[in-house]
Design a protein. Structure first.
Length: 221
């Protein structure tokens, strides 16, 4: 489990309930704005259910930087159209297919140190009954993204304090090579518009997880 991260009992209990329903494989979605702590929660849940859990981040389907430059979309990396949405959908369809339960399914992993995805870096094996799908656009109702939510057994919207979330984003961008000014500019011009789009999908989640109090509840109407 990530150092210092304690998974609230409500989260552990709900995942336990999903697994107890007896399906061969449970797909749990974690969605939220950039910097909300999706990957942290995914890693903590994976550690808590280490014998049966795997994580398949949407970030592995970032288009390559060379392709983004060709498309003129490098400055908007992270927007919905800068991912191979159909590819991520196809991966989830494979994992949902009962026929996939007898063999290993490989998925790409995004490496922030090189800002590129590495094919086949993640192995989802037959014993992985819990697959945690985490990413920004799992509930987006446009293009191939709209077919993602129906494949999930449940999807949680992950929320964090906005000031903390933006600070975390800026620090992340600085850690991987941007100056402080460049990091703040990227947060304002790229991450913020994406966050607004993602926030509009909150009502489609079955549950909302809040880092500030560790609560897991149905979204407010």
């Amino acid at each position: 489990m990530p150092a210092g991260v304690v998974v609230p009992e409500a989260c552990l209990a709900r995942v336990g309930e999903l697994l107890a329903q007896g399906a061969p494989r449970v797909l749990l979605g974690l969605v939220g704005a950039p910097g909300a702590g999706k990957s942290t929660l995914a890693a903590a849940l994976q550690a808590a259910f280490a014998d049966v859990a795997a994580v398949v981040p949407m970030d592995g389907f970032h288009l390559a930087n060379s392709e983004l430059r060709r498309l003129g979309r490098a400055a908007r990396k992270g927007a919905p159209d800068t991912f191979d949405a159909a590819g991520y959908l196809a991966l989830l369809q494979r994992l949902r297919d009962p026929a996939s339960g007898g063999h290993t399914v490989y998925a790409p992993e995004f490496r922030r140190e090189i800002e590129e995805a590495i094919a086949g870096a993640l192995a989802i094996e037959p014993h992985h009954r819990l697959v945690i799908a985490e990413g920004n656009y799992l509930l987006l109702d446009q293009g191939p993204w709209r077919a993602v939510a129906p494949l999930l057994d449940e999807c949680w919207f992950v929320e964090a304090d906005e000031t903390l979330r933006n600070d975390r984003l800026a620090q992340r961008h600085e850690q991987f090579g941007r100056s402080r000014q460049e990091a703040l500019q990227w947060v304002a011009q790229t991450d913020a518009p994406n966050a607004l789009l993602i926030g509009a999908t909150r009502g489609r989640a079955q549950r909302v997880f809040r880092w500030n109090d560790g609560s897991l509840s149905a979204p407010a109407a």
